[in-house]
Design a protein around this ligand. Structure first.
Ligand SMILES: C[S@@+](CC[C@H](N)C(=O)[O-])C[C@H]1O[C@@H](n2cnc3c(N)ncnc32)[C@H](O)[C@@H]1O
Length: 527
C-alpha cells in the first residue's frame, strides 16, 4: 500500500472496511533481521547512503536545503531540520528512482511505458504481453525506454505471448528494479523493507501462482530480488500520477506508484509538518506546512488526515508495521475534533459521544463522555462497519443533491456531524457541487468547507494540501453565491482563500484546471 497521497487525502474513503477489532500491531518480526536494521542506522552507512543519494539527486539538491538525515529512537532513520524552516518554505525536491503502474485495477488502457491512453488494446510486438503505444513498441527505432524491460521480461519466457497479461503490468514497477544502475540499486537496497504479512499476496506470488513464465524459478535469484524490491516499494512507495490527454484533448490522470527516496525517509506523524505535490515532471516538491524548528524531525503523514484514530492505527499497523504513538493518537478526543467518535446509543443521552478508553489499543472498550455507558469494541466496530458500508455503497457514487439529502435526513440521525464518515460525505459533496448548482446546495457547500477547515485548524494542520483544496472550493462557492445574489465580489477575505489555494496547489501538476487563470485574473500569481 502506498504512502497516502495528497490527491487521495481529499477523498479518503475507508476502502478496506474495518479489520477485525482484535487486531494488535505486531512489529516485532516485520523489519527483516535485526542486523539489517542495525546496519541501516550505522553512522558510516548513513554517511555513505547520503552521499549516494545526493549523487542521485544531482541538480535537485542544493546545499541551502534545510534537511539532514538522522537516527531517531523507535523510528530508525529519519529527516531532521538543520535550521528553522518557515511555513510554506520549500524543503527539498526529489525524483522517483522507480516509477510505474500500481498493483491495482485500472479503468482505462494506457501505454505501459509512456502512459498515453489507448483507445483499444495494442500489445507490444516484443512479446512481453504489455500494452504499449506504437512509439514505445519494441520494434520502434531507435530503442525506447521500454526495450530493456521488454527484453528482461522475455528472458523469463512468457507463455501466451499474444495475450495481454495484467499480472505482468501490475508487477512492472518491481520488474523495473532490474534495470537500475549500480548507484540506484545500492540506494534502493538500503531502504527499509518490511516483508509482507502472511495473508498478503504480492505481485511475484501472483506471477508464480498463475505460471506466467516458463523460466522464472521460484527459488532463483531473480525471484529473490523481485521480492526484495517489492518489500522496499510496499514500505516506501508513494502514489503519484502522470497527466495525459486523450484524443479529444481531455485530461486524464494515470495513477502510478513512485519510489521517492528522500520523500520516503520522512517518518510518520498523524500531525505532520509538511505537504508535498508532484509537478509535471513527476518531481516531488516538499514544503513546510507549518514552521519547523531547527533540530525537529520532519514528518509526513502516511495515513488519511481525516480518518479517526482506530482506522489510522489499523492502516499503519497493517501496511507500515508500526504503532503510531503521536499525541493525536493518544488523545481520545483527537484534539477536540472527535473524528472517530460515535453517537451514544442511549436515547436518553442525545449529546453523548462514545470514544475509545485507550485509543492505541484496538480492542479497548469505548465509553460515552456524558452518561458513562461502556461498550465493547466488537459492537463499536460493527457500528463503524455499517456506517462505512452505507457511505460506500449508498452515497458516495450518487450526485450532490442526493448526498446532501442523505446526510441531512438519514446519516445525521446516527452519526455525529464531526464523524469521519460524515466528513467523507461532506468532502464528496464539496467536490460535486458545481458553480451552476442551486443556491441551497451552494450554501451547504460553503458550510461544509468551513466545518472541515475548522477540523484542520483544531488538528493544527497548518498549510496542508486539503486546506488548499478547501480554500479553492470555498472561493469558488462564494463567487457563485455572489453572482446569483448580484453582489460585488471578491472581498479581501475571499481573495485570501484564492491566494492560499494558489500557494498550496499551484506547483501541482493536477491542480484544478481553472486555478492558474483565477490566480492570474485576481493578481495572486506572485504569492
Ligand atoms: C517510509 S519508511 C521511513 C524511513 C525509515 N525510518 C528508514 O529508516 O528508512 C517507513 C518505516 O519507518 C518506520 N516508521 C515511520 N514512522 C514511524 C513512527 N511514527 N513510529 C515508528 N516507526 C515509524 C516504520 O518501520 C515504517 O514502516
Amino acid at each position: 500500500m502506498e504512502l497516502s497521497t495528497a490527491r487521495e487525502e481529499v477523498s479518503g474513503i475507508v476502502r478496506n472496511g474495518n479489520p477485525e477489532s482484535t487486531v494488535e500491531c505486531d512489529n516485532s518480526s516485520s523489519n527483516g533481521s535485526d542486523s539489517d536494521r542495525l546496519a541501516l542506522v550505522d553512522p558510516e552507512n548513513i554517511a555513505r547512503f547520503k552521499a549516494e543519494l545526493l549523487q542521485f539527486l544531482d541538480d535537485l539538491y542544493t546545499p541551502d536545503q534545510p534537511w539532514d538525515l538522522g537516527v531517531f529512537e523507535g523510528y530508525g532513520r529519519g529527516m531532521v531540520a538543520t535550521r528553522d524552516i518557515a511555513e510554506n518554505e520549500l524543503i527539498f525536491l526529489d525524483r522517483p528512482i522507480l516509477v510505474g503502474p500500481r498493483v491495482n485495477n485500472y479503468d482505462v488502457i494506457f501505454c505501459a511505458s509512456c502512459c498515453r491512453l489507448q483507445k483499444k488494446l495494442t500489445l507490444c510486438s516484443g512479446g512481453c504481453r504489455l500494452p504499449v503505444c506504437p512509439e514505445c513498441d519494441f520494434s520502434a527505432a531507435p530503442e525506447t525506454s521500454h526495450t530493456a524491460e521488454c527484453r528482461r521480461i522475455n528472458s523469463w519466457e512468457p507463455k501466451d505471448q499474444n495475450r495481454y497479461c495484467k499480472t505482468i503490468l501490475y508487477a512492472l514497477t518491481s520488474i523495473r528494479g532490474f534495470l537500475l544502475d549500480d548507484l540506484s540499486r545500492s540506494i534502493v537496497l538500503n531502504m527499509e523493507a518490511h516483508p509482507p504479512r502472511k495473508d498478503m499476496t504480492t505481485e511475484v506470488d501472483r506471477i508464480l501462482k498463475d505460471q506466467v513464465f516458463n523460466n522464472l524459478p521460484e527459488d532463483g535469484s531473480d525471484v529473490q530480488y523481485l521480492r526484495k524490491v517489492i518489500d522496499v516499494l510496499n514500505t516506501n512507495a508513494f502514489e503519484t500520477f502522470r497527466m495525459v490527454k486523450d484524443e479529444d484533448n481531455n485530461d486524464h490522470e494515470i495513477v502510478l506508484r513512485g519510489l521517492y527516496i528522500l520523500g520516503a525517509l520522512m517518518n510518520h506523524c498523524c500531525r505532520p509538518n509538511i505537504r508535498y505535490v508532484f509537478d509535471e515532471k513527476l518531481v516531488m516538491r516538499c514544503y513546510a506546512s507549518k514552521p519547523i524548528r531547527k533540530g525537529e524531525q520532519i514528518f509526513n503523514n502516511y495515513s488519511k488526515s481525516l480518518w479517526g484514530t482506530q482506522h489510522r492505527i489499523i492502516h499503519l499497523c497493517f501496511s507500515k508495521h508500526f504503532l503510531c504513538g503521536c499525541d493525536r493518537c493518544l488523545d481520545p478526543t483527537e484534539m477536540g475534533t472527535y473524528l472517530g467518535a460515535l453517537k451514544c446509543v442511549r436515547d436518553s443521552c442525545p449529546q453523548g459521544r462514545m470514544v475509545s478508553m485507550n485509543p492505541q489499543k484496538i480492542s479497548s472498550a469505548w465509553q460515552c463522555d456524558t452518561c458513562g455507558l461502556k461498550m465493547n469494541n466488537l459492537k463499536i466496530t460493527r457500528i463503524q462497519e455499517i456506517a462505512g458500508r452505507m457511505i460506500l455503497s449508498n452515497a458516495v457514487k450518487k450526485d450532490a443533491a442526493y448526498i446532501v439529502e442523505y446526510m441531512n435526513e438519514h446519516v445525521s440521525k446516527f452519526l455525529l456531524p464531526c464523524n469521519q464518515f460524515m466528513v467523507e460525505l461532506k468532502l464528496q459533496a464539496i467536490l460535486k457541487i458545481q458553480d451552476d448548482a442551486t443556491l441551497e446546495l451552494q450554501g451547504e457547500k460553503e458550510k461544509y468547507c468551513l466545518e472541515i477547515l475548522g477540523i484542520l485548524e483544531k488538528l493544527e494542520y497548518g498549510e496542508c494540501y486539503i486546506k488548499g483544496v478547501l480554500c479553492y472550493e470555498l472561493f469558488k462557492v462564494r463567487m457563485a453565491i455572489a453572482r446569483v445574489k448580484e453582489e460585488t465580489f471578491p472581498d479581501e477575505a475571499t481573495l485570501g482563500l484564492l491566494r492560499t489555494a494558489w500557494t498550496i496547489l499551484g506547483p501541482s501538476a493536477n491542480r484544478p484546471r481553472d486555478l492558474a487563470q483565477l490566480a492570474q485574473s485576481y493578481g495572486c500569481e506572485d504569492v
